[in-house]
Design a protein around this ligand. Structure first.
Ligand code: NAD
Length: 361
């Protein structure tokens, strides 16, 4: 039996509340297909309270030696007034850079029973399945020089958009390899008509593509991509792009699917280690009330099974179970809508998670 090690970081607020549900679903889905050993560490606000730092060195060491990290969410009002370099989010950035997770994967998938929850028309989003691959550790968010200075008595703000060809080719490879396991199409998004660095991006993506002749490659300027995502989103399979364009486009794509409580994410390095976490935060307004939607956390765990643990079948089963419970009409509050036909039922976090387990396999 395959043996895998994961580090579990529940974090704060609904992160800590939802993590036990994801682990229960994981145990039920994996069964005896693999032996998954896990260790749980405090991370984020709770670690600040206990140890004075959001991420201890031993947590990063454990993360480095694990196959994957499953993370809830961090932060909350209690820690909002701390200086930026002492906030819970500091641990998040440290973990991502400490593991060199440069590829951020954000699927935007519409579950058929929720197609009406999108702000777009039903037929535009039903069956939607896009994967946005965003470069996470380079580009304008990290480029130097940066800052605001006074020059000739005028304040000047400056950031630098910089990518070298190795950063571009590794994220392009990730996108091509993911497309090979999906519908075989990659659209690379840039602004090559205006920015030289993104002309380099386009050139390197084309060069890297030579090793993936089975994948169809297209290019799109970012302004057009934003428009096409809301005009005809189903034309896309995998979208690969830089850090800032990816930040914006992944939020647009996310909203095509309806709710923050449904969105998983993964950040991978080139050893296939990953950090798996829901897109949402700690939701202090609803934490502890047993009403949060556990599905984004559960779907993040499913991505972990697929991408870092090689347990594709268990991942498929979890996703099918989520589809099934939604098809049965179960809804947590965030995805519950007025329902004149009484075809849906408002459920708690516990009930939703138990229903997913009951629907497995
Ligand atoms: P949030 O995602 O926590 O909440 C936004 C809104 O969505 C809230 O009304 C919340 O109740 C709702 N919501 C979120 N997840 C839900 C779920 N699973 N089920 C039902 N409803 C859900 O964002 P925020 O309010 O801006 O941030 C709250 C805290 O979380 C802040 O401290 C912020 O810094 C932190 N945060 C952490 C991460 C992370 O750890 N990656 C990401 C975003 C925000």
């Amino acid at each position: 039996m395959a043996s895998k090690k994961i580090l579990v970081l529940p974090g704060d607020g609904i992160g800590a509340e939802l993590m036990p549900h994801a682990l229960q679903v994981m145990r039920a889905a994996v069964g005896d297909q693999a032996d998954i050993e896990y260790e749980e560490h405090d991370f984020g606000g709770i670690a600040i309270d206990k140890y004075g730092t959001s991420m201890r060195n031993e947590t990063l060491e454990k993360a480095r030696s694990a196959d994957a990290v499953l993370l809830g969410a961090v932060g909350g009002p209690k820690w909002d007034d701390l200086p930026v370099d002492q906030k819970p989010e500091k641990g998040l950035l440290g973990l991502r850079s400490g593991l060199e997770c440069y590829a951020n994967l954000r699927p935007a998938m519409t579950f058929a029973p929720l197609a009406n929850a999108s702000s777009l028309k039903h037929d535009l989003v039903s069956g939607l399945d896009i994967l946005i691959v965003r470069e996470l550790v380079g580009g304008i968010y990290f480029g130097e020089p940066r800052g605001v200075e006074v020059e000739n008595n005028v304040r000047v703000g400056r950031n630098t958009l910089v990518y070298d060809e190795t950063e571009i080719s590794r994220i392009a490879k990730t996108a091509f390899q993911l497309a090979q396991k999906r519908n075989g199409k990659v659209c690379s998004v840039d602004k090559a008509n205006v920015l030289e660095v993104t002309q380099l991006w386009r050139d390197v993506v084309i060069e890297t593509h030579a090793d993936y002749p089975d994948v169809e490659l297209s290019h799109m300027y970012v302004d057009n991509a934003a428009m096409q995502l809301v005009r005809q989103p189903k034309q896309f399979d995998v979208i690969v792009t830089g850090n800032m364009f990816g930040d914006i486009l992944s939020d647009v794509a996310a909203m095509l699917t309806g709710s923050l409580g449904m969105l998983p994410s993964a950040s991978l390095n080139d050893r296939n280690q990953g950090i798996y976490e829901p897109v949402h935060g700690t939701a202090p307004d609803i934490a502890g009330l047993n009403i949060a939607n556990p599905l984004a956390m559960i779907l993040s765990m499913a991505m972990m099974l697929r991408f870092s643990l090689g347990l594709e079948q268990a991942a498929d089963e979890v996703e099918a179970a989520v589809n099934k419970v939604l098809g049965q009409g179960l809804r947590t509050r965030d995805i519950h809508q007025d329902d004149p036909q009484n075809s849906t039922r408002l459920v708690s976090t516990d009930e939703m998670s138990a229903a997913v387990i009951d629907s497995l396999g």
